[in-house]
Write a protein that binds this ligand. Structure first.
Ligand code: PMP
Length: 317
């Protein structure tokens, strides 16, 4: 779908997958004016295809659009784009345990000019790719590298938007994490509070049943996290969204108050954190039952194996 200042959203169409032609002066190539989403389509046992809370992805795309001075795509266009893509060939959505069609909606500034201002011509695309199980051979706890050198986002920055620049700034720390034998990097904010991983939110489980997740205006609000916390509340657990300092994390684990730490996002759903590593310490993390039990409950809902009490599924075929 194209957007221009004069014409608004227009020209929705499905076209064969292939290269996009762009003017070398297209604003996105110079100023990074772009945003995206990540969402999956699941095939149920009866053959029907569903997405999970697509209205939330559409809403987040609009929030990202506002921060990046891009036009807001209405929710119905967002969901319609998924329906039309899947209508081309429903067989794209694989069946089988942990199989899905990963959908990548994205929007970028294509107006050609050199100068720093919001573009007046924008394109929205949706591409898709079948995705298998994130973990082969079962969910494994991950080792997390604490980056003390690099930040992902700053106050008033674009941290809460899903825009390429945030991921660009996470590439070097992620490479540092890999060089240190870790799977992922965790970022802190300027005040020493825990933010998130490069592509997942973090959740702490306390001995007294509280489930705590970092909240700030520079964290990307995960839809997986929101759903898991709702399921935790349904089980009678108390959920807290607030600042969590690194000290609270480390002391909580050392004292036994924190009994479980996990990360969550669309791709992996839930992964327990097994170790927190930095240049001067390595804290082993306690492994509990809640992460995997919530993971099972959520994936059961997504694949239609359990009742969708909250009305989260939207049929798209
Ligand atoms: N934080 C970041 C930085 C991410 O890229 C993602 C993945 N979209 C998440 C958190 C988790 O979000 P969601 O649960 O909506 O996939």
């Amino acid at each position: 779908i194209c957007w221009s200042e004069k014409g608004g959203w227009h020209r929705p169409r499905v076209q064969p997958y292939g290269p996009i032609s762009l003017d070398p002066a297209a604003a996105v190539l110079h100023y990074g004016q772009e945003i995206f989403e990540g969402i999956k389509a699941y095939r149920h046992a009866d053959g029907a295809v569903y997405t999970f809370r697509p209205d939330r992805n559409a809403e987040r795309l609009r929030r990202s659009a506002r921060r990046l001075a891009l036009p807001e795509l209405p929710t119905e266009y967002f969901i319609q784009s998924i329906r039309e893509l899947i209508a081309v060939d429903g067989a794209w959505v694989p069946s089988g345990a942990d199989q899905s069609l990963y959908l990548r909606p994205f929007m970028f500034a294509k107006e050609a000019f050199l100068g720093v201002r919001p573009a007046k011509k924008v394109a929205y695309y949706l591409i898709a790719s079948p995705a298998g199980a994130y973990f082969t051979g079962g969910v494994k706890p991950v080792r997390i590298w604490l980056s003390k050198t690099y930040a992902r986002a700053g106050k008033g920055g674009t941290g809460a938007a899903k825009t390429g620049g945030n991921y660009a700034s996470s590439l070097l720390p992620q490479a540092e994490a890999s060089a240190q034998g870790c799977d992922q990097v965790v970022f802190l904010d300027q005040d020493g509070n825990v933010e998130e991983l490069g592509g997942m939110n973090v959740v702490f489980v306390y001995k007294d049943g509280r489930v705590v997740t970092p909240q700030s205006d520079s964290i990307l609000e995960g839809i997986t996290r929101d759903s898991l916390l709702q399921l935790a509340e349904d089980r009678g657990l108390t959920v807290e969204r607030r600042a969590v300092s690194l000290d609270e994390w480390r002391q909580g684990v050392a004292s036994g108050d924190i009994v479980e730490v996990f990360a969550c996002g669309t791709a992996a759903v839930v992964t327990p954190i097994g170790a927190l590593v930095s240049d001067d310490f390595e804290d082993e993390q306690p492994l509990g039952e809640l992460a995997l039990s919530l993971r099972e409950e959520l994936t059961d809902i997504q694949y239609g194996r359990r009742e969708d009490k909250h009305g989260w599924l939207v049929r798209v075929d």
